[in-house]
Design a protein around this ligand. Sequence first.
Ligand code: BGC
Length: 369
Amino acid sequence: MRRGIIRGIAAVGAVALLGLGTACSNEREGSSSDKGDEAKGFAKNSLVGVALPAKTSENWVLAGDLFTSGLKEAGFKADVQYAGASTTVADQQAQISSMVTKGAKVIVIGATDAAQLSTQVAQAKEAGATVIAYDRLITNTKDVDYYIAFDNFKVGQLQGQALIDGMKAKKPKGPWKIELFSGSPDDNNSKVFFDGAMEVLKPLIDKGDIVVGSGQTEIKQTATQGWKAENAQQRMDSLLTSTYSGSKKLDGVLSPNDTLARAIITSVKGAGKTVPVVTGQDSEAESVKSIMAGIQYSTINKDTRKLVAETVNMVKAIQKGDKPQINDTKSYDNGSKVVPSYLLPPVIVTKENAAEAYANDPKLSQLTK
Ligand code: BGC
């Protein structure tokens, strides 16, 4: 199933972006990125920049701390920055430019807007830096060397399957009534998560076993701008008014992450209703508590400690002039190139396997006792 699926650029505007990307790449032919400049390596105590998006979920907060300590331990100087809460794109663009000016040899980027960084990564490549897209792909540019993330399509598939399993466990006979939520349209992951989930859900929707009450099945209709809890809560409020008045019941909600799952649950509770199954992602402490209490149904464990450690390993390899470890060379077409990727396996977590899933996480394992 995974074969040939291009998980890069969002379909919307893909043609336009592809056109742009081609023009860009022609201009930049023979640039430092094409010469494989990382083969040279660089001095060990050099600067490594890490540009992260706004702290829209706990994983980003954790990643910043881990990059600061992990890069220092590995002997690098670290410059770790977050985009601000409101002017995220401009902030991140300025932060990356400043890392380039300061002479960073590698720049790790968790993009706040996938398609708005081509100028900055071109600057980075011109200056001889290696660019790693972290967790979120950067689109519409040749100037991204590597991508490292959890397998986002698999995350979506696991979420879709958890929704089905959870609903079947609570109400053995369908049809089941659901609503769908997706992440921020400027994050390339949002479409990949949604496509993964829909690959699992669509056959049941087509058969009529699952009914999307509002009829809103297009990603555009389900989007949550900025991954903001208040936007998901507002959309759920209006869905409840338009579609679930009186005694009408909702069996499940596909939520792309934990922050939005809790917002959706708050909305449903506020309307005096319950929703038996809500999915999530990120293993945020509040959601793990909610899962243990039987409220939220599932989350995904994407251990940030592992992702950061593997990213630091990539940086170490590049520093030595070695090729970093890659395990996927086909899935992530960013509209200008297929970005060599290192993908880690995500794990689905429900109340049933939480203790096992978090056994080696001192903070989360406490919550499962
Ligand atoms: C990450 C998710 C996170 C979301 C919101 C996505 O790109 O992959 O783990 O929940 O951003 O911050």
